[in-house]
Write a protein of this length. Structure first.
Length: 144
């Protein structure tokens, strides 16, 4: 639809593409899920009791900090996992930083979007074009 303005020529207004919006929203949701999964599955190495006071989880930006000093290990180095429940009866004071979480989610969502919206379609286009190019030409007919 063309709109004319008193100060210049007609301009064109583009409508938003709903599939593009859905792909961005879906990628953002996947980014949040992947960020959470990485944080929960992550094992952080500690070298001594002093390292247990502030164990940071999250990748590439740490966004969860837990104090594991109430539960020291017998031997070091050792790996610490994120504790979300108090099943053991030991409390693990936890702090959250939301800006690094948003950064991690944006990174992982961007990776998902790039693979899903750019990489996979490019692979399928390449496969289709190779198939079209590999179809043998029809046999030549000779007339006598």
């Amino acid at each position: 639809m063309a709109l004319s303005s008193p100060s210049g020529p007609a301009t064109t207004r583009r409508r938003a593409n709903p599939s593009a919006l859905l792909s961005v929203l879906g990628s953002a949701a996947v980014g949040c899920v992947v960020t959470w999964w990485i944080t929960v599955a992550q094992r952080v190495p500690v070298q001594s009791d002093a390292d247990l006071a502030s164990v940071r989880f999250g990748f590439p930006f740490p966004w969860v900090t837990q104090d594991h000093s109430s539960n020291p290990f017998i031997e070091y180095p050792n790996d610490v996992v994120l504790r979300l429940t108090g099943r053991t009866g030991i409390s693990y004071p936890t702090g959250y930083e939301w800006l690094p979480f948003v950064g991690d989610a944006a990174i992982w969502g961007g990776v998902f979007w790039a693979v899903g919206m750019v990489g996979i379609p490019a692979i399928f286009r390449s496969i289709r074009s190779k198939r079209r190019g590999s179809v043998p030409p029809p046999p030549l007919t000779t007339t006598s």
